[in-house]
Write a new protein. Structure first.
Length: 401
C-alpha cells in the first residue's frame, strides 16, 4: 500500500484516474441498457441482440482508428467529437420510435463513436510518473476498473427496472457527457501531445508484444465473458446468487491487482498470472454450488488484473510514443472480440450441455492463453529493472557545419 499512497500523491495522478473511471463508467452500462431497451420496445431478445451486435462491431472497428486520430488532430478534439456523436446517437436511440434497421444503425454509430478514453489515459500515464511508478500505476488502473464492472451493471439494471429503459439510457448520456467533459478538461490531457505516427495504419501489430497483448487480451476477456454467461445460466438473471458470485470474481481481481502491482514484470509474468486464472476457472467445473463457485472465482480473479497490468506495460514498453494510442486501440479491439466470442461459445454450450458448458469454455479460453504465453515467452519483454515507458520518437536534427 505505501507504493500506491506514494503514487496517488504524485500531482495529477489521482485526478486523472478518477476522471477516466467516470468517463469510462458508461462502458459497463451501455450494452445492458441497449439490450433491455430494445427488448422492451420490440418484445424480442433476437432484435435486441442484433442492435447490441451492431454496437459491438462499431466499437471493435473504432478502437484503433479513433485512437490513431488522436495523434493527428489531438486528444481533446477527437474525444470531444466522438463524445458528442455518441451522446446524440444514444439519445435518439432512447427517445425515437423506429424500425429495427434504424436501431441497428444508431447502435453502430454509437459504437463507432465510443470515446477512446482508455487509449488516451494509458498514453498519458507514462508522462505523469517516473519509470519506477509506471508498472504499479498500470496495475492500479487495471484493478480500479473492476469498480466499473461491479457497480455499473447493478446501477443500470436498478434504474431500468424501477424507472424504465428510457431514463436508463438518458442516465448513461448524462454520465457520458459529465465524465467525458471532466476527463477532456483535465490539465494532463491538454499537456500531453501524441506525435503523428510515421507508420502506416495497422503496422504496429507487427510488434510481437502488441500482437501478443491483443491475442492474450482476447482470450482472457473471452474467458471472463464465458464465466459471466455461466454464472447467469446457473442462477438466473434475477438471482441474488449470480450477483454475489460475479461480485466475488471482481473482488478477487481487485485484490490481485493491488497485491501484485509492485511485483517486477519478467517474461514469465504473464504465464504465472494466467496459470492462476486457468486453475481457478477449471475448478469451477467441479461443482455449481454457489459457495464453491464464489471461492474458485475469487482464486481465478486474483490473476486477472495482474495479467491486464502486464498487457498494458508490455504494450507501452514495446512501441514508440506516437504509436501507443493505436496499439492500445488494437488491444481494446481484441478484448471486445474476446467478449463476443466468449459469450457466443458459452451460449451454444449452455444450450447443449447446461451451465457447466460455459465454465468449460472459459477454462478453454484461459488455457489457450496460458499456452500462448508459454510458447511465445520470448515475445514478452523483460521489464525487471527497466523503464516501461514508450520508446521516444526521434527524427533527424539539422546540424549547421
Amino acid at each position: 500500500m505505501p507504493t500506491y499512497r506514494e503514487l496517488l500523491r504524485t500531482p495529477g495522478v489521482g485526478r486523472i484516474i478518477a476522471a477516466q473511471l467516470t468517463a469510462r463508467f458508461p462502458n459497463g452500462m451501455t450494452s445492458l441498457a441497449i439490450l433491455l431497451h430494445i427488448e422492451h420496445v420490440t418484445g424480442s431478445y433476437g432484435a435486441a441482440g442484433l442492435v447490441l451486435a451492431a454496437t459491438s462491431v462499431g466499437q471493435a472497428i473504432a478502437g484503433p482508428v479513433t485512437s490513431r486520430w488522436m495523434g493527428i488532430w489531438g486528444m481533446r478534439k477527437v474525444l470531444t467529437l466522438t463524445l458528442t456523436i455518441c451522446a446524440v446517437a444514444l439519445t435518439v436511440l432512447a427517445l425515437g420510435e423506429m424500425v429495427l434497421p434504424a436501431y441497428m444503425a444508431l447502435g453502430l454509430i454509437a459504437g463507432l463513436s465510443t470515446p477512446p478514453v482508455q487509449s488516451a489515459v494509458r498514453t498519458i500515464y507514462p508522462k505523469l510518473v517516473n519509470s519506477r511508478q509506471l508498472t504499479p500505476l498500470f496495475s492500479l488502473d487495471a484493478s480500479l476498473q473492476e469498480i466499473i464492472w461491479i457497480l455499473a451493471p447493478v446501477l443500470i439494471t436498478f434504474v431500468a427496472t424501477q424507472a424504465g429503459t428510457v431514463p436508463a439510457l438518458l442516465l448513461i448520456v448524462v454520465i457520458l457527457i459529465g465524465g467525458g467533459a471532466w476527463f477532456i478538461l483535465s490539465p494532463e490531457v491538454g499537456r500531453v501531445r501524441i506525435p503523428r505516427s510515421r507508420r502506416s495504419f495497422g503496422k504496429v501489430l507487427a510488434k510481437p508484444a502488441v500482437l501478443l497483448a491483443t491475442i492474450i487480451g482476447l482470450l482472457l476477456i473471452g474467458a471472463c465473458a464465458a464465466v459471466e454467461a455461466g454464472v447467469v445460466a446457473s442462477f438466473g438473471h434475477g438471482g441474488l446468487e449470480a450477483g454475489i458470485v460475479l461480485a466475488l470474481f471482481s473482488v478477487g481481481s481487485l485484490a490481485g491487482g493491488l497485491s501484485f502491482g509492485h511485483v517486477p514484470i519478467g517474461p514469465w509474468a504473464m504465464a504465472r498470472r494466467l496459470g492462476i486464472v486457468t486453475v481457478g476457472i477449471a475448478l469451477t467445473t467441479v461443482s455449481l454450488n454457489v459457495w464453491w463457485l464464489g471461492g474458485t472465482l475469487v482464486l481465478a480473479g486474483i490473476g486477472i488484473a495482474p495479467a491486464l497490468a502486464v498487457l498494458f506495460a508490455m504494450t507501452s514498453a514495446s512501441v514508440k510514443f506516437s504509436d501507443t494510442a493505436e496499439a492500445y486501440g488494437w488491444v481494446g479491439t481484441g478484448q471486445l472480440i474476446g467478449a463476443a466470442a466468449g459469450s457466443a461459445v458459452a451460449g451454444f454450450l449452455i444450450d447443449g450441455t447446461g451451465p457447466v458448458g460455459a465454465y468449460w469454455a472459459a477454462a478453454g479460453f484461459a488455457a489457450v492463453g496460458l499456452i500462448v504465453s508459454v510458447v511465445f515467452v520470448r515475445g514478452f519483454p523483460d521489464l525487471r529493472g527497466r523503464d516501461a515507458s514508450p520508446i521516444p520518437d526521434t527524427e533527424p536534427v539539422p546540424v549547421i557545419t
